[in-house]
Design a protein around this ligand. Sequence first.
Ligand code: HEC
Length: 144
Amino acid sequence: MIKILISTLLIYMVSSLPATVLRAAPATPGTISGNADKGEALYYNHGCYACHGYNGIGKHNIANDVSGIMMSEAVYLIFLRARSELNPPLPTQRMPHYSKTSLPDHEALDIYAHIRTFKDTPPEAESNATMQAIINSAQSQAPQ
Ligand code: HEC
């Protein structure tokens, strides 16, 4: 009971922070105890990629350590579990429930390790001839 109350409080505190505060949270990512290779398969099998993309860039970005929730294994687990165990206190229902029965802790932590490998490093426009041609064309047509 106490555990559930603490979880609820923590989730409430995290979820009520504006996105900008979470993004600006001290970027000192915590321990990674899972196996990222196993996590890669689990990330696909549990459908995370459908919303978070193959590399964390999707409808909801979780690459480049931008997520305050991803800064700690403990907070991440509470985030996943709160949805199913606490009749979710989070403001939206867009992310599905992941209970311990469908996604045990050790598998969830493997996924965590995989997500923490996500780095979004798009190439510079100058290194892509087509992109550069589009930029040149747009600049040449821009009003002076
Ligand atoms: C149907 C779409 C969907 C699926 C599938 C999904 N998510 Fe999410 N996820 C979201 C949305 C939307 C949010 C933003 C919070 C919310 O609205 O619930 C989110 C938020 C998150 C966050 C917090 C990011 C932040 O903003 O700090 C993490 C971590 C996360 N998801 C991990 C996962 C993992 C791991 C899986 C697979 C086991 C998964 N998600 C599957 C839609 C999804």
